[in-house]
Design a protein around this ligand. Structure first.
Ligand SMILES: *Cc1c(COP(=O)(O)O)cnc(C)c1O
Length: 435
């Protein structure tokens, strides 16, 4: 976007012309778009639950067929043998996270994985016990960090440091994040934050944060729930220590879908790192020897506990295949334009309706390098009422307490026309209320 600025216009024709030129336009038809009163909704909650790819039905049916046909023998004789099913996901996950194949594994769910990684990478001492987290972390992340700190006998009021934006600002400045890391450098064990904040949609400079954490003698880990499949990632090159994510948001892998982890190569095969073990983390060659002694896999697979949930992983694999086909760079290119158009149209709303007072405030950074596809709005004087009115117009956005409406046009299946329809709904709603 930055080196290739496109002049934007507020017309349906213009939005349709962008769709006509969109090299990814065909992907929309590969998903089921929910309908309301016969019309496809404008679905802007792919950041909460991504839509169902049409192929997921057929592929899931294939696994069910193998189960019906082979019973337990499916572990070895199924078309995609269940015993090594997780291995199918390593390459697409490595591609989408910018990792090496041996650094990633699909397993469990997000909060479970966060705990397992903290077991390995949060080992507080009297001297170094603090965790720095983002401002307003997702509640589950806060509960995980809080309970890990207590588990180790420390007090979260002393050991958990929550970053704070400056007075009157909603987002964090990188310089302030780095300064806070510096400030706590003698007592810091870990910097653990989202790659993209779920409320504001701010994308953090993971490379700079990791570098600073390391310079201060701490580890750096990221929760990529809102980053994976949304922004390009280069976890290995950024030298991130560990990361985890879920697959049901931008990755479209279904409700409660299987999560995943990244563990940097430098931490693999390090016997000084503790880990909770289970049989599926064992070396593949020795898994069925049922030995008393655990021999860990030489890859991130060592962190696996149980045999793979094949049905959930089938949906995950199908969804990731579509990311492989579309390509993360192409998706990002479209995403920058989709979100810029949404921002432009929201800013084009005539504020004179509101007697000079701004109703719609975008709290997501305006710098495209500091955000993914989501824009977060605070609707002053309307709040939830605006969210409900949007629903009635067939625009599915979401509401986050206490005052934020999140809109995430995703490049995989949202169109530029969708974005224009958001404008026309907002325009209609605000005129009706204020004129
Ligand atoms: C969505 C989300 C979760 C949800 O956790 P689950 O364990 O998958 O239920 C946790 N943390 C963040 C940052 C999220 O965005």
């Amino acid at each position: 976007m930055k080196n290739d600025p496109i002049k934007l216009y507020n017309t349906l024709e213009f939005a349709r012309s962008l769709d006509a030129e969109d090299p990814l336009a065909r992907f929309r038809n590969l998903y089921y778009i929910p309908r309301k009163t016969q019309r496809e909704v404008v679905y802007l909650t792919g950041n909460s639950l991504g839509l169902l790819p049409r192929d997921t039905f057929t592929h899931l049916e294939g696994e069910l067929f193998d189960w019906a046909h082979y019973g337990v023998d499916g572990h070895f004789r199924a078309k995609n043998p269940w015993v090594s099913y997780h291995e199918r996901l390593a390459v697409p996950l490595a591609n989408i996270t910018g990792a090496n194949k041996n650094e990633v594994v699909a397993m469990n769910s997000l909060t479970v994985n966060l705990h397992l990684l903290l077991v390995s990478f949060y080992r507080p001492t009297k001297q170094r016990h603090k965790i720095i987290c983002e401002y307003r972390p997702f509640p589950s992340d806060r509960y995980a960090l809080d309970s890990q700190i207590r588990f180790h006998g420390f007090d979260p009021t002393e050991s958990l440091v929550e970053l704070k934006p400056r007075e009157g600002e909603s987002c964090l400045r990188t310089e302030d994040i780095l300064a806070t890391i510096q400030e706590h450098k003698d007592s810091l064990a870990l910097v653990m934050m989202g790659g993209v904040n779920y409320i504001t949609g701010q994308a953090f400079d993971m490379q700079a944060i990791t570098k600073k954490a390391h310079a201060c003698g701490a580890m750096a880990g990221f929760d990529l729930a809102h980053a994976i499949g949304n922004i390009p990632l280069a976890l290995h090159a950024w030298n991130v220590d560990f990361a985890c994510w879920c697959s049901y948001k931008y990755l479209n892998s279904g409700p409660g879908g299987v999560g995943g982890v990244f563990i940097h190569e430098k931490h693999l095969n390090d016997p000084s790192i503790p880990r909770f073990n289970g049989w599926w983390g064992g070396d593949a060659k020795k898994k069925f020897l049922m030995a008393d002694e655990f021999s860990p896999a030489p890859t991130a697979e060592a962190w696996q506990l149980s045999n793979a949930p094949v049905l959930a992983m089938s949906a995950h694999h199908t969804a990731l295949t579509l990311f492989e086909e579309a390509g993360m760079m192409q998706l990002r290119k479209k995403s920058l334009l989709l979100t810029s158009l949404l921002e432009f149209l929201i800013q084009d709303i005539d504020n004179t309706y509101f007697k000079g007072e701004e109703v719609l405030e975008i709290i997501t950074p305006s710098d495209p390098t500091q955000r993914g596809c989501q824009l977060s709005l605070v609707a002053h004087g309307m709040g939830r009422e605006l969210h409900e009115a949007l629903e009635e117009c067939g625009v599915v956005a979401d509401w986050r307490e206490p005052d934020v409406i999140r809109m995430a046009p995703v490049p995989m299946y949202n169109s530029f026309e969708d974005v224009w329809l958001v404008w026309s709904s907002l325009d209609y709603i605000l005129k009706k209320k204020f004129k």
